[in-house]
Write a protein that binds this ligand. Structure first.
Ligand code: PLP
Length: 397
């Protein structure tokens, strides 16, 4: 496979399929799956990921905006696509011509989209979003306001140019099982079901009612309804540490770079910007490797993280630079330039996960995989073979 072997991410499409099947097997027959592939499939690359999931049987795809939806259509995704966020009404023609479904989250937005749709004679498939606990976009139904939400939604469903075939909500704490968080999730579900029931009383029904994200799909089978929206788990990630072990998941992404130079230093030598590390003794072997914060390997790892090579951990020393960083390989004497370094994934018995990244950076694995830079080629593995590589910098396919 022809790609720049400087720094690259490997995407294991077999693991992706396995994770999908692992989740799919717990659904009741007839319950559909929506693969959430926003943000370039959580940094894994939207094209190969979506085509693989489409082949595995994903019924729907979800993205955050219309450019992401168009990208899927351009890469042979033929299944329905839902935009979870805002689409400027002037894009309505594109929604129609590409059969892209749009989330409707307020009366104001519904009117704007309806007007635009009517003006160019298109019908847009829409899913209504109810706010049951996130307090972001959605018809506000919290605090016993289900009836008011249902009233607003009923009027929206009658607008020309909009075909409201789906209705959904999003959970705030489906990945937390302590304190009153489970009760909060159940209240969100009840609020959603109550609003849907009030609409049914007016003979307004929806083919697709969906509320479960990955975490809820792991923990709340009674809430599956007509479809579940799977994101994090598809990539082999646990939505939170509390979800760990609830499904057999395998990380999909690994990250590698290359040793570019090895040198032996005397004691008292400063390493990298800011002189934040000084060699403590003679004979320290320091390797420079070809990854930095511009590749999404965060500067916060300075003097903190470690990498793997020759099956052993090597600590990061000094400040992470934009394009390089230094590691202490004193204990790995065979290290030489050209060696492959594992930043994420397995090397022998050792493994580094996105959860390890997240722990150091005090964030969640979601953010870590989204941050892997566009400068890092994505290399796709299937059946143990490299089947393709995508380089965003020079758009080589
Ligand atoms: C991102 C997103 C999801 C997927 O969440 P995961 O925790 O990754 O499963 C589902 N629904 C909505 C509305 C989202 O924005």
């Amino acid at each position: 496979m022809d790609y720049l072997r400087r720094t690259w991410a490997e995407i294991d499409l077999d693991a992706l399929t396995r994770n999908f099947m692992e989740m799919k097997k717990r659904l009741k027959p007839g319950c559909q799956t929506m693969a959430v592939v926003k943000a370039d499939a959580y940094g894994h690359g939207d094209g190969y990921v979506s085509r693989t999931l489409q082949q595995a049987g994903a019924d729907w795809f979800a993205v955050s905006n219309i450019n992401e939806a168009v990208s899927l259509r351009q890469q042979d995704v033929t299944r329905p696509i839902l935009i979870l966020g805002y689409t400027p009404p002037e894009q309505v023609k594109l929604l129609g011509s590409m059969s892209i479904s749009q989330t409707i989250y307020s009366t104001e937005y519904a009117h704007a989209l309806s007007k635009a749709a009517a003006a160019c004679g298109v019908h847009i498939d829409c899913h209504i979003k109810i706010d049951t606990g996130m307090s972001r976009i959605g018809f506000y139904a919290q605090q016993q306001l289900e009836a008011q939400a249902a009233e607003e939604i009923a009027q929206v469903c009658a607008l020309p140019g909009l075909d409201c075939t789906g209705i959904f909500t999003h959970f705030a704490v489906a990945d937390s099982y302590h304190g009153d968080d489970p009760a909060f999730t159940r209240r969100q579900f009840d609020c959603f079901m109550q609003t849907v029931a009030l609409l049914a009383e007016r003979n307004i029904t929806f083919r697709l009612r969906h509320c479960c994200n990955s975490a809820a799909t792991l923990a709340y089978p009674e809430m599956y309804l007509d479809m579940v929206r799977l994101g994090d788990v598809l990539y082999g990630l646990n939505p939170s540490s509390e979800c760990a072990g609830m499904a057999q998941l395998k990380p999909v992404m690994s990250l590698y770079t290359t040793v570019t130079m090895v040198k032996t230093l005397t004691d008292g030598v400063d390493i990298s910007y800011g002189r934040k590390y000084t060699t403590p003794h003679n004979g320290l072997r320091i390797a420079s490797i070809a990854i930095g914060y511009a590749d999404g390997y965060r500067r916060n790892f300075s003097n903190k993280g470690h990498v793997l090579l020759h099956g052993q951990p090597a600590p990061i020393v000094g400040t992470i630079c934009m394009d390089q960083l230094m590691i202490d390989v004193t204990g790995i004497p065979q290290t030489k330039s050209g060696d492959v370094v594992t930043l994420l994934g397995c090397d022998g018995e050792q493994q580094i996960t996105l959860d390890d990244f997240a722990a150091i950076n005090q964030t969640i694995n979601y953010e870590e995989c989204c941050l892997i830079g566009r400068r890092v080629p994505r290399v796709y593995l299937q059946g143990g073979q490299e089947i393709a590589a995508i380089d965003y910098v020079i758009a080589r396919l």
